[in-house]
Design a protein around this ligand. Structure first.
Ligand code: FE2
Ligand code: FE2
Length: 352
C-alpha cells in the first residue's frame, strides 16, 4: 500500500473504514457444522482473519511511521505470561480422564462469553483522542480508533449476529461442543469484571474520560496478551491423545479453531501495542494546560498493571480455582485418590 510522490516512496497512513474492513475477494467463508464463522480460507487452504487484508498493511505502515518518529510499540513479551495456572494442562487432562470434564467445559464456556463481551468495542463511541493529543493524529492508528479499528476489533470478538456470522465467542462454543458432544453440565457465567479494579485515579492530570480510555486500552492489552496462556493450554489439552477418546477427530478440529482465534488475536495485540506506543510518543494535554510526554503517564501505569496481572492476581486466582476444583473432585466416589494425583501435578508448589 505505497504510492510514489515526487520520486520518493510515501506509505499510505490514512484509511477509510471500508478499507479497514476489507477482505480478500477469493476467500471461502469459515463454516463449521452449518454455523457461519468469521474469516475465510484462500485457494491454498490458508486461514485469513476477518477484515485483515488492509488492516494488517495499515498497522505495518503506522508502526513504520512511529519508528521513524523515534517511537516503538509498547513493550510486551513472554515475561507477561508468568504466574501459576490451576489447573495446568496435566491436571486438566487428569480431570477429563477421570470423568470430571466439567472444569474444562466451564473454562471453554466462560472464555467464549468473555470474548463475546468484546463486542462492546464495536458498539461504543470512544472519546476522540485528537482532543487529548497535541500532535495531529490523523495519520496515526489512534486517529482511526473510531474510524473502523475498534469496530473491527469488536466484531472479531463478538461477531456480527445480525448477519449470522459468529466471532470468537461462537468459535469457542463450537470448539467446546465438538470436543464434548452433548453434555448436561449447567450453563455458567464468567465473573463480572476481569480487568483491574481501581478506586483511585492513577492519572489525575489527564481529563477523566481520557484517563478512562488510556487505562482501558492498557487493561485490554494485558487481557489479550495473557489470554494466550489459556489458548495454548486449551490446544495442548485437546491434542492430548488419551483424552476425548472416541472423539479424537472432533477434538483435533476444535484445536484448529483455537489456532484460528490465536491468529486473529495477534492483530489485536499488535494493534494495542501500537496505539499505546503512539500515545507514549505523543504529547498529552493535562487538565492544567501543560503538554506532557505520554510515556510519563503510560509507563508507571503499565508497570503497576504488569505487577498486578503477573504476580498478585495469578496467585489469588489459582488459590480460588484450587478450592473450587477440590470441592468438585471430592464429590467423586474416588475423590481422595484423584485429589492426591491432582496435587502431585500442581504448579503451585513449584511457584512457591
Ligand atoms: Fe478474541
Ligand atoms: Fe482479542
Amino acid at each position: 500500500m505505497e504510492f510514489k510522490l515526487y520520486g520518493c516512496l510515501m506509505a499510505k497512513l490514512v484509511y477509510t473504514e471500508e478499507e479497514l474492513f476489507r477482505d480478500r475477494d477469493d476467500l471461502t467463508p469459515q463454516t463449521i457444522g452449518g454455523q457461519r464463522l468469521h474469516g475465510g480460507f484462500d485457494p491454498d487452504g490458508g486461514y485469513h482473519p476477518p477484515r485483515s487484508l488492509v488492516r494488517n498493511e495499515a498497522i505495518a505502515a503506522w508502526t513504520e511511521a512511529l519508528r521513524a518518529r523515534g517511537g516503538e510499540l509498547l513493550d510486551a513479551d513472554a515475561s507477561l505470561l508468568r504466574g501459576p495456572s490451576v489447573p495446568n494442562v496435566a491436571q486438566q487432562c487428569l480431570l477429563i480422564r477421570e470423568g470430571l470434564g466439567q472444569t474444562f467445559w466451564n473454562g471453554l464456556t466462560t472464555t467464549g462469553k468473555i470474548e463475546g463481551r468484546g463486542r462492546m468495542l464495536a458498539e461504543v463511541e470512544f472519546p476522540d483522542l485528537q482532543d487529548l493529543v497535541v500532535e495531529d493524529i490523523s495519520q496515526m492508528a489512534i486517529g482511526h480508533l473510531n474510524g473502523g479499528l475498534l469496530k473491527a476489533h469488536g466484531w472479531d470478538e463478538g461477531g456480527q449476529p445480525d448477519l449470522g456470522i459468529g466471532g470468537h465467542d461462537v468459535m469457542w462454543f463450537v470448539a467446546r461442543d465438538l470436543a464434548f458432544g452433548e453434555v448436561d453440565y449447567p450453563d455458567i457465567d464468567p465473573p463480572g469484571n476481569i480487568a483491574r479494579e481501581q478506586d483511585d485515579r492513577l492519572m489525575p492530570d489527564l481529563p477523566q474520560a481520557y484517563e478512562g480510555l488510556v487505562s482501558f486500552l492498557m487493561n485490554l492489552l494485558m487481557i489479550e496478551f495473557r489470554a494466550e496462556i489459556g489458548f495454548s493450554n486449551t490446544q495442548k489439552i485437546l491434542r492430548t491423545q488419551d483424552v476425548f477418546i472416541g472423539r479424537r477427530g472432533e477434538a483435533e478440529e476444535a484445536a484448529e479453531i483455537i489456532e484460528r482465534i490465536r491468529t486473529d488475536e495477534e492483530i489485536h495485540v499488535i494493534s494495542l501495542r501500537l496505539y499505546l506506543g503512539e500515545l507514549r510518543n505523543a504529547h498529552l494535554k493535562t487538565v492544567d494546560g501543560r503538554e506532557v510526554l505520554g510515556s510519563e503517564f503510560i509507563d508507571p501505569f503499565w508497570e503497576g498493571l504488569v505487577h498486578w496481572a503477573t504476580v498478585e492476581r495469578p496467585v489469588l486466582t489459582a488459590q480460588q480455582q484450587y478450592e473450587t476444583i477440590k470441592a468438585r473432585i471430592l464429590e467423586h466416589p474416588e475423590g481422595e485418590r484423584i485429589l492426591e494425583a491432582f496435587d502431585a501435578l500442581s504448579d503451585l508448589k513449584k511457584a512457591a
